[in-house]
Design a protein around this ligand. Structure first.
Ligand code: ADP
Ligand code: F6P
Length: 323
């Protein structure tokens, strides 16, 4: 009987469970034996491998996190580590592996494919930092978590006529800050892709203050910290230059949890299903994605070579709308 292994790796993301469910159920539908590999590549090297059936993915589509657990594993980055992984996969008769994770995890999958394992990647990360796909699983849910926080902080910001800095995740990608800032009506959005000085932020605050809006929300991407000396540097600068009262909220890991949105569940279900179809077609070293609302696939190496295109149009719209 042919078999498929599935693992989640790197930072977890809401919707990973829906993707696992889709892989397991589609695989079983087409007659494959399915193995869940716990704790990502670490668990693979530690042989944390369990057989999965239809009910092992019951009642998980609505749950955040990943039932398979996730981790980061340095040993897997070494050729010896990967050779050991291949031996373990061979021992279990696992010739296909679905890797749900971000670019690091995809690099690992690409390396494994060079050793003969059929690998397919599914993009699971809240960062939306993979250029080949319009969306990664978890991004939409994280964005909704952020706009909920922005709305709540805006209430108190408005009452106290303060400036509130909200720091969001995203590594070197500004998408979480950009789109949650646009959706949350942020007065200023600071992203790694576009340099902005604190003087310009002060100018924007003064302009809005002149027309009577005394509070201001600044969404700061964690990766853009160097432009403004981080949230604390920006706070000190604003207080010094403008005398405004500033508070900081670092949203942190709250952005990684929670029940996945409908969008993420549907995305994960379609991608998990497509990953198994690619295996059936004998494909390897591919990643699944979504472009213009169509499920697509691409060679992992090509996908990883594409540069992220920052959506400057949306950034400009957000600027215009927040005057
Ligand atoms: P993400 O997949 O979310 O980007 P990481 O960058 O932490 O997360 O990568 C997850 C894991 O993928 C790493 O801990 C490592 O085991 C594996 N990995 C990352 N980069 C490579 C690489 N170049 N070669 C082999 N494995 C890698
Ligand atoms: O890649 C997802 C992510 O949440 C990033 O946005 C963030 O920089 C990082 O992971 C945090 O990693 P950890 O959970 O290891 O602190």
């Amino acid at each position: 009987m042919k078999s498929i292994g599935v693992l989640t790796s790197g930072g977890d993301a809401p919707g990973m469970n829906a993707a696992i469910r889709a892989v397991v159920r589609t695989g079983i539908f087409y007659g494959y034996k399915i193995y869940g590999i716990e704790r990502g590549y670490r668990g693979l090297l530690d042989e944390e491998i369990i057989e999965m059936d239809l009910s092992s993915v019951g009642d998980i589509i609505q749950r955040g996190g990943t039932i398979l657990k996730s981790s980061r594993c340095e040993e897997f980055k070494t050729p010896e580590g990967r050779e050991a992984a291949v031996e373990i996969l061979e021992k279990y008769g696992i010739e296909n592996l679905v890797v749900i994770g971000g670019d690091g995890s995809f690099n690992g999958a690409n390396e494994l494919s060079k050793l003969g394992v059929h690998t397919i990647g599914i993009p699971g990360t809240i960062d939306n930092d993979l250029a080949y796909t319009d969306y990664t699983i978890g991004f939409d849910t994280a964005m909704n978590t952020i706009i909920d926080a922005i709305s709540k902080i805006r209430d108190t910001s408005s009452s106290h006529e303060r400036v509130n800095i909200i720091e969001v995740m995203g590594r070197n990608c500004g998408d979480l800050a950009l789109y949650s800032g646009l959706a949350g009506g942020a007065e200023t959005i600071v992203v790694p892709e576009i340099e902005i000085k604190s003087d310009e932020i002060v100018k924007r605050i003064r302009t809005t203050q002149k027309r009577g809006k005394k509070h201001s929300i600044i969404v700061l991407a964690e990766g853009a910290g160097s432009f403004v000396n981080g949230a604390i540097g920006l706070k000190n600068d604003l207080m010094e230059k403008d005398g405004v009262d500033v508070r900081i909220t670092v949203l942190g890991h709250v952005q990684r949890g929670g029940s996945p949105s409908a969008f993420d569940r549907i995305l994960a279900s379609k991608m998990g299903n497509r990953a198994v179809e690619l295996i059936i077609e004998g494909k390897t070293a591919k990643v699944v994605g979504i472009k213009n609302n169509e499920t697509i696939d691409m060679d992992i190496s090509e996908a990883l070579s594409l540069e992220n295109n920052f959506d400057e149009e949306s950034y400009e719209i957000a600027k215009v709308l927040s005057i």
